[in-house]
Structures are given as structure tokens and as C-alpha cells.
Design a binder for this molecule. Sequence first.
Ligand code: MIC
Ligand code: SF4
Length: 638
Amino acid sequence: MGLSITQKIISSHLVEGEMTPGKEVAIKIDQSLTQDATGTMAYLEFEAIGLPLVKTELSVSYIDHNNLQVGYENADDHRFLKSAAAKFGVYFSRMGNGICHQVHLERFGVPGKTLLGSDSHTPTCGGLGMLAIGAGGLDVATAMAGYPFYLSMPQVVNIRLHGKPAPWVSAKDIILEVLRRLSVKGGVGRVMEYTGEGVAHLSVPERATITNMGAELGATSSLFPSDEVTRTFLAAQSRGHNFTGLLPDPDAVYDEVVDIDLSGLEPLIALPHMPDNVVQLSVVAGKKVDQVFIGSCTNSSFTDLMKVASILKDKTVHPEVSLVIAPGSRQVLKALASNGGLADLVGAGARILECACGPCVGVGQSPPSGGISLRTSNRNFEGRSGTADAGIYLVSCESAAAAALTGKITDPRELGQPVEVALPQSYPVDDSMIIPPPENRDSQDLVRGPNIKPFPKSYPLGSSIKGAVLLKVGDNITTDHIMPAGAKILALRSNIPAISMYAFERVDSSFARRAQEAGGGLIVGGANYGQGSSREHAVLAPLYLGIKAVIAKSFARIHMQNLVNFGLLPLIFENEGDYDSIEAGDTLVLEKLPDSLPTNKITVYNASKNMTYHVKHSLSDRQVKILKAGGLLNYVRG
Ligand code: MIC
Ligand code: SF4
């Protein structure tokens, strides 16, 4: 039986396990990446593992998320990260060099290799035929320490692309179509593998737009073949030596096949407040727009921004619209500067932000109250922009540029002649903002400022859990709900006691106080609890506040692993209807733990209602052992 690309990469990296979907496998990790908002924890955790040096082939620490320094906190974090990179043998991509995923795609990604990153959009490098997976900081720290990465062997979904996109339809519209069809839960436990004759029409940065937003499907990863398009891209990055071809076997067997006719697609748009709330853009055309943000790891490549420059050339941004553009990397910005594209953007009135995540993570350009912001980014979760009642719409660069000119949601096809941007023969390669680890590390200390506090201790699972339901939430609760980002809160990423006070702030601002007063308790969630980011803080804060278990209808992959990594019990309702009979404030009692975990027959007694529920888990034996050990750090340290 032939193999898919995913199966080929997993089998060539397999350390343990059987490649049967749903069974746990362990794979060797070749490369890792961290970013500043998750990186401080990851390197503190690596320090706690106790190794002097990373064991991966390549590890890179990026500074890209929180570049707004309104106090010492961030600057201290960045200084710590620079010292940790030098001490542990990690490349350090300085602030201003760009967004981790864009820079990694340009400078480091290699077809056929594995990459683990402490950011959920790590699958961006799947655009190069890499198996790139997002994970929590502790998983990345253990991978840097040379331990394999454990995952549930994914099903492989073959998304076959047919034909060629019509003018004004772009890669963003393709992934929005996938989200429209499969939903934000559609990728859970799966890798999305793109094939078909249509892939030849997509450049590597366009492929990366699609694999990037596979994170919004909840997918373990997404990838494209490594073909002539990949070879050309790597050569243009002066990295022709990194090319290896990688295609699925002609008789590869997939768990599911999805066919998409690219020529039939229209410009699409995701309406507030979920990335799968997708409709044809023409349906909402005419709606007034206050802001447009072009950038993020989804749509900030050279070609993306050149298209925008061509659309805006010799025109002026609508008087009612504030347009900001954040190039994905310094390479993109340099290329735009040298070919005149930057002058066209500035000439039209675009505000150029630095090469970083910026508004995507709530750092800058929060919309006005009740405002409408059109964005090329990947997440439109409620409140993530920094404005609770704003409406965020996700679109392609072409659609964003069209709205910037007209002041309303506009079908880009109305702009007339399509813009053509030729792919560069070569990109302006300049790695001078990436500091390689020094040869001599003997004198290198970790530099800690006052904001860098030790992470909270996790404890072995006790024999019983008794506590009140401190919060009951609905379906699709994101990590942005659990532990919001934004400039103010991001500055506290290295200070768990301080950041914990913001847990669930936008859902119930009394949560942290109540949890502290009660000395902890439980959380009840709906389906896909913890979707979105990889941030461990969505577990570290509840841990700090004394939360012992989360009972939900289902969990998102990275968040569930993060819960286990820090010794919090993720349980699933056997009967989803039981969710309805639990109320916030009810006292729940779980007994005979952890002995009932191996048999997976766990009962929850609701002492307030005198009712008993059956719950289960989807943990492997290894994950149960991690819980018994009191988290992954204790487990690997033995
Ligand atoms: C995000 O897009 O939500 C983030 C910010 O990049 C997160 C990481 C973080 O919270 O630091 C992610 O996607 O994992
Ligand atoms: Fe940064 Fe936004 Fe991408 Fe997250 S999704 S890595 S915040 S650009």
C-alpha cells in the first residue's frame, strides 16, 4: 500500500509506536522554533530539564509577538531570550527580523524534516513539504532536549486541488473554502495533505497561507508536496541545497478525500467571530469598514504585499479607513523597499508597522467601539483585537486592499484588470539579524529581570478531587478566552502569578478572584474546549489558581496536551447531555483517582444535585503516567 507524504515523514522519524490512526506515536524532531510570548516559559522549562545544550539539528528563538515596550517587562523578556539562545545553542532572530513562521519558511524550513514550534501556526512550513506541528512550550523544551514528540497518529485527509483560481481569487480564499466546508473542528486528529494538479499553480508562500490556517481547522498539521515550485523557491532563497523532492506514492491511501475546484471559487470572507463562519464576500459587500490590517503569518509575504502595492498605486486610502500593513519579515520589507512597492503603499496612505505580529495578537490597531476591521490574519475570535464589541472579518490581501480604497467591503473583482506579480528570481537574503549561537558558551548566564518568575509547580494527581464548578462555558472556547493576549497582558507572559489575574477576564472577570477565594475548583466546557493557540498560559494560569480538572464535551489537541503536561485532568462527558445538568457553583466529587484512569471508568458525583455522571478520557498510557507523575517535567526528569 502506497504512503502519503505525511506517512512517509512520520515513518522516517518514527521512534516508537504503530502508525495506526488514533494510536500514540513518537517521532524525532529535527528543528524547533519558539517565539517571545511562549519562549520564556519554554527556555525556563528547558533549563529545568537540566541539559546544557539543545539536541535538535536546529532551534531558533524568534522575537516577533510583543514588540511594544511600554515598561521594562518585555525588554527583560527579550534580553532573557537572547541569553538563553546563546547559552543553550539556539539561533536568535532579533526583534525586527520578522514573524517566526514567515522567517522560518524563508530561511530554515527543509522538505521532509520535522519542526515543532511553540506556536499553533507552526504548520506554515508545511508549505515547503515539512511536517511542522504546533505544541506547548514544555513539549518544545523536551524536544529541544532530544526527547521524541508524542502525538496521536493522525488520519490523513487528501485535499485535491483541481484547476486554477480565477483572477482575484487567492490562496486565502482556498483555505477559507476548506474552513467553510470542514469547520474549526474539522481537522482534529488529522493532517491535511494537499495534492492535485492545482497545487502547481500555487507558489510556496501561497501554499504556506493554506497550511498556516490549517491551525484554524484544529488540524495536527497541513502540508504540500515538495516539487519544482519548492525547488524554485528554495533556490530563490539561496537554499537550493535544502531541496529534496517529496510526493505521495501514486497509490497512497487516504482516510478521506476532499475535492476542490479552484476555478469555481469566489472571493470569500469569514464573518465574526469564528474563522469558519465563511460566506461569499459579495454577500456582505457594501458594509462600512473602519480599519484594514494587512499582515500576520498568514498573508504577509512579498507577493502578497506587492499585490496590495499594485492595487493601491497612485490612489489614496479611503478617508474613513485606517490601513496598517505589517510585512512578515525584514526580507519582505527590503524587497518592497528596493522595487518601489513600499513607496506605493506609503504614497497611498498606508501606515507601515514593523515586521511582527502586531494587531493580529492585539498589539496595536484595536478597532473603535463597535467598529469593523477587515484583516488578512487567521483568527477573528471575539475580543482578540482588543475591542470587545468589534467585528473582525478575515479576507485575502486583494479584498483587504479593495476595502481600504472604497471604505466598505468590496468584491475585489470590481477593481477591474487583475494585478499580476511575478515571483522574484531571488529574494534579498540577509541573515545578519539572526545571531548564531556562540562557539564558547562557558561564560554565558541567563539574564533574568524582575518580571521573570519561576513557573508554578504541578503535583501528582491526588486520589480524589472535590471542588465547585467555578466556570461553565459553551462550545469552541478559545485560549484567547481562557488567557487573553494583547499588549497589556502579553507583557506578563513570564510572570504567572500576575498574568493569572486575567484568566477568563473577557468571559467572567470575577473568575480569578473567585478561584483564589475558593482555593481552586473545576471548569466545565463544551466541545472543542481550548481551540486556537498553543499558549501554555491557558493552563499555567488555571494551575496557579488551583484548578484541578476540566470536564468538557471535547478538547482541542494542543490545549489538552498542555493540561496533561502540567498535571491537570482533561475529562470528557460520556453522555453529552450531562453537560446540561451541571450548573456553575455545583460541587463535584471525583474519587478513586488515579486508579480509575487506566480502566477509563470514571464517575463524577454532583453533590449539589445528587447526580452521578460517567466521564472518560482520551489519554494514552504514557499521558496517564505523566498525570500520575505530576506533569511532563517531573516525568522526564524521572
Ligand atoms: C496566536 O496567534 O494566538 C499566538 C499568539 O501566536 C499563539 C501563541 C501565543 O499565545 O503566544 C499561538 O497561535 O499559538
Ligand atoms: Fe503572530 Fe498572529 Fe501568526 Fe499568532 S497568528 S503567530 S499572533 S501573526
